[in-house]
Write a protein that binds this ligand. Structure first.
Ligand code: NAD
Ligand code: UGA
Length: 463
């Protein structure tokens, strides 16, 4: 089937950027991104394209090129489904917070709702594409719903997991290492795969488009995230050993990364990985393994999460210990709140957990992040079971300017590796702080020699 009309359900960090790139590269295809969240859709449609709800370098340009031509954002979900030949499901699949599998399994209620809606609305044959990250064999459940509640319409289900990383989404989408498409081995399944291959072929070289059976595709997505997160936990585990032995984790990372079998990427020690996916997807893998009785497999992957939690808590503990075992009433400035640079996403950011620990010790946290709003920071803390609005109002304040956030502070904690932090006038920051002035660099971002020369007491992760 030659695709000329695509719908994407979910206008989030994946649906928005992915569809903007498809629309740009396929001007002959009408792409409609729909969402239940009216506010989010209104932002995607904001006359000032800089106000779109997802911050990604280069994204506003791409949206501006196609919006209103062949790229549309709408809350009319039924209409978009009805008109489309191919429907991407790109809704959130968070960790379950209730019932069986609480805290581990993926919550598939949004996926199920989409499947039911597609079944109810569709009047002609459609290809349904899993873009969300899902437990292996979810396609079976989707197919069941579509086949049993539909109007006699034929559906083909494909798995087309997304590998973009936030902060580099546009580049990852324009030049992907690979595009993975899984489908049924039947002739109908192969035809559906081919239709989606043709869409991507508009800009992705054929040899980078990998087709597999549907279960391999679903499992490969969880596996890719588990392997990436494992590297971060591996280097973070060694960062603690480096601190005890006098080795320097950046030097160790460089030395091992130059071995082409190991490779140099994803070896940056940090205050811990964050983001909406690594933890969720590994917990999901652990849960699936347990449900098959594979306890050793489950324990193996769970250790990646245990190490990550330890790294976040360890960072907070170190701040408290270094500040003479008490942070009560002390102002500690946080540079950065998002889970990595170049994104306004704060989901599972290490900063949330470090702040939680320090506020529990009665510290006053002063946050500056170039792209995160105050409302979001308070929301993040309020989702923690340990926090309520009232407690947070006492423990945290946000600033529009890093110099003010650091003024009269005892210490600075670098939580996100925003490039602009490197360019600050650090002498000026030092002059405004209480002495001794401490910097706890959770990202190994700043120049140790320069800061020590100014007079800072500087501590980086892993050295
Ligand atoms: P998100 O929360 O930013 O966006 C999901 C959107 O879906 C929300 O705006 C929500 O309102 C909407 N939605 C939920 N149910 C709906 C329904 N029934 N009808 C219409 N809209 C509905 O999530 P995200 O970060 O874009 O992630 C989406 C999926 O992609 C997840 O499964 C995630 O694991 C996966 N993924 C995310 C990333 C990433 O970097 N964020 C990368 C690869 C894969
Ligand atoms: C990750 C994967 O990289 C994407 O391929 C995948 O599509 C996505 O998850 C997903 O499924 O959602 P993302 O979470 O957006 O992307 O960002 P990453 O660049 O992977 O960073 C994750 C976390 O690890 C961040 O907090 C980052 O600071 C941290 N990290 C990363 C380190 O601490 N050290 C490193 O060397 C690399």
């Amino acid at each position: 089937m030659k695709i000329t009309n695509i719908c994407c359900i979910g206008a989030g960090y994946v649906g928005g950027p992915t569809m903007a790139v498809i629309a740009q590269k396929c001007p002959h295809i009408k792409v409609t991104v729909v969402d239940l969240n009216e506010q989010r859709i209104a932002k995607w449609n904001d006359a000032d394209v800089e106000n779109i709800p997802v911050y990604e370098p280069g994204l506003s340009n791409i949206v501006a090129q196609s919006r209103g031509k062949n790229l549309f954002f709408s809350t009319e979900v039924d209409k978009a489904i009805e008109e489309a030949q191919l429907i991407f499901i790109s809704v959130n699949t968070p960790t379950k917070t209730y019932g069986s599998g609480k805290g581990m399994a993926a919550d598939l209620k949004y996926i199920e709702l989409c499947a039911r809606q597609i079944a109810r609305v569709s009047k002609d044959n459609k290809i349904v594409v899993e873009k969300s990250t899902l437990p292996v064999r979810t396609a079976e459940a989707i197919k069941n719903i579509l086949d049993h509640t539909g109007n006699g319409v034929q559906f083909q289900i494909l798995s087309n997991p997304e590998f973009l990383a936030e902060g580099t989404a546009v580049d990852d989408l324009l030049n992907p290492d690979r595009v993975l498409i899984g489908g049924d081995t039947t002739p109908e399944g192969q035809n559906a795969i081919q239709s989606l291959v043709e869409v991507y072929s508009n800009w992705v070289p054929k040899e980078r488009i990998l087709t597999t059976n549907i279960w391999s595709s679903e499992l490969s997505k969880l596996t890719a995230n588990a392997f990436l997160a494992q590297r971060v936990s591996s280097i973070n585990a060694l960062s603690e050993l480096c601190e005890k032995t006098g080795a320097d984790v950046s030097e160790v990372a460089k030395a091992i990364g130059m071995d082409s079998r190991i490779g140099s990427k994803f070896l940056k020690a940090s205050v811990g990985f964050g983001g909406s996916c690594f933890q969720k997807d590994i917990l999901n893998l652990v849960y699936i393994s347990k449900s098959f009785g594979l306890h050793e497999v489950a324990d193996y992957w769970e250790q990646v999460i245990i190490m990550n939690d330890h790294q976040k808590r360890r960072f907070a503990k170190n701040i408290i210990k270094t500040l003479y075992n008490t942070v009560s009433g002390k102002k500690i400035a946080f540079l950065g709140w998002s889970f990595k640079k170049d994104t306004n996403d704060t989901r599972e950011s290490a900063a949330i957990y470090v702040a939680d620990d320090l506020i529990s010790e009665q510290a006053n946290i002063a946050v500056f992040d170039p792209k995160v709003e105050e409302k979001q920071i308070l929301n993040d803390l309020n989702t923690l079971e340990s926090r309520t609005d009232e407690k947070n109002a006492k423990g945290i304040q946000t600033y529009n300017n890093a110099y003010e956030a650091c003024s009269n502070a005892h210490a600075i904690a670098v939580l996100t590796e925003w490039d602009e932090f490197k360019t600050y006038d650090w002498q000026k920051i030092y002059d405004g702080m209480l002495k001794p002035a401490f910097v706890f660099d959770g990202r190994n971002l700043l120049d140790k020699n320069k800061l020590e020369k100014i007079g800072f007491v500087y501590q980086a992760i892993g050295s």
